[in-house]
Design a protein around this ligand. Structure first.
Ligand code: BTN
Length: 266
């Protein structure tokens, strides 16, 4: 490993019961989500993680490219929840909440969640989450949760120019590098707790906490829904993860899939 990290260093002192007990680590892979899916197909157990220093074909939502320079935390978690297929997309809120709590608790960053699955600091994206699911006979076979966290690099130096005004990193926010192992471990511990609560109690308790970070709520937003742009007031996110948008004409629309931009005139 170029930065001296090893599976042992990631696991030493890790307080989780099952998450991250199996870790596959590589210097460079195409995408940890693809790697984790292959591992899941080969029978990897719940909580197995694929992590890499860099990705050459990192995947973002909506088939976008995800830039993954060295210094970031690029990893994917294999989950095998016994839940309805329709509930599996809610895992992005579980993941976003775990990330938001970790960044707040470790570094006192002023973290925001943005529907459905972004984590921002001062309106700039610091983390993206990509959830991919495999089903069989209407049952969840496995879910891969990919987490991309911009950590120890300067966005200006490491990312293409077109991303620079909307993206940030922990290094840019704190003015220094942080310990990747500590961040990874705290994030896994937080994830395990939030995920177990989701399996036992459903999304309701998690979404209450998630909404405390959601500064876009109560603001006018523009939502890209397939080829359409919908403007309105972001009123709420319900227990099924839907965005409740009040349009200018008073009609309330419930949106399940889309991309939010804040600060646009309705
Ligand atoms: C997004 O905001 O568009 C989601 C980005 C998800 C990126 C992470 S990095 C680790 C994992 N592997 C991938 O190829 N993608 C996810």
């Amino acid at each position: 490993m170029s930065n001296g990290l090893t599976v042992d260093r990631f696991q030493e002192g890790l307080q989780t019961r099952w998450l991250g007990r199996n870790i596959f680590f590589a210097h460079s892979v195409a995408s940890t989500n693809v790697w984790a899916s292959e591992l899941a197909k080969l029978g990897a157990t719940e909580g197995t993680i694929a992590i890499a220093d860099t990705q050459t074909a990192g995947r973002g939502r909506l088939s976008r490219r995800w830039f993954s320079p060295e210094g970031g935390l690029w990893f994917s978690i294999i989950l095998k929840p016994e839940i309805d297929v329709g509930k599996a997309p809610l895992l992005v809120f579980v993941s976003g909440l775990a990330v938001a709590k970790t960044l707040r608790d470790l570094y006192k960053l002023s973290v925001e969640t943005k529907w459905p699955n972004d984590v921002l600091v001062k309106r700039r994206k610091i983390c993206g989450i990509l959830s991919e699911m495999k089903t069989r006979s209407k049952r969840v076979e496995y879910v891969v949760i990919g987490i991309g966290l911009n950590v120890n690099f300067s966005v200006k130096k490491a990312l293409p120019e077109e991303l620079r005004c909307n993206v940030t990193s922990i290094e840019d926010e704190l003015g220094k590098k942080v310990k990747l192992e500590k961040l990874f471990q705290t994030l896994l511990e937080s994830f395990e707790t939030v995920y177990e609560s989701f399996i036992l109690n459903g999304l309701a308790p998690a979404i209450i906490e998630w909404k405390k970070f959601a500064s876009f709520l109560g603001k006018n937003v523009e939502v890209a829904v397939e080829d359409e742009k919908v403007n309105g007031l972001a009123c709420d996110v319900d227990d099924n993860g839907a965005l409740i948008l009040k349009l200018k004409d008073g009609i309330v629309r419930r949106i399940l899939v889309g991309d939010v931009s804040v600060g646009v005139n309705p």
